[in-house]
Design a protein around this ligand. Structure first.
Ligand SMILES: [Zn+2]
Ligand SMILES: [Zn+2]
Length: 126
């Protein structure tokens, strides 16, 4: 029998092993994104949960589902997902992570162009 020495276990530090279940699709999500930052929305369906009160800057009692409704582009080119709470209508902006569902991100980004609130024909006359 060989005596294997396994003292070099990777350290389990808080957020790296923390997970949460997506309120929308049920996916088990690691709370830490690949870039090490904390994740607050599901990378698959991009839904989130209203756990932070941005007015009081503390934990929120709402806990309702937050749906991704739009994309915001920051000055440095980074994208943020705009979430709206399905219960209290609060809006939040959240960082996009490298493994977020790109199809859904693109769908959110082009939605206003696909559904303009005015007829596009007017541009044909310019
Ligand atoms: Zn999900
Ligand atoms: Zn809410």
């Amino acid at each position: 029998m060989s005596n294997t020495d396994k003292n070099s276990n990777p350290s389990h530090s808080g957020v790296r092993t923390e997970t949460f279940a997506c309120v929308w699709c049920g996916l088990t999500v690691a709370a830490a994104a690949p870039d090490g930052r904390r994740r607050n929305h599901c990378p698959s369906c991009l839904h989130s949960r209203h756990v932070h009160d941005h007015v009081e800057d503390g934990p929120s009692e709402c806990q309702a589902r937050m749906a991704p409704i739009s994309i915001a582009v920051l000055r440095n080119g980074d994208w943020k997902v705009i979430h709206r709470c399905t219960r209290c209508d609060e809006l939040t902006a959240n960082r996009v992570h490298g493994d977020d569902n790109q199809l859904i991100l693109m769908r959110l980004a082009v939605r206003p162009l696909a559904q303009p609130p005015f007829p596009l024909e007017v541009f044909g006359d310019l």
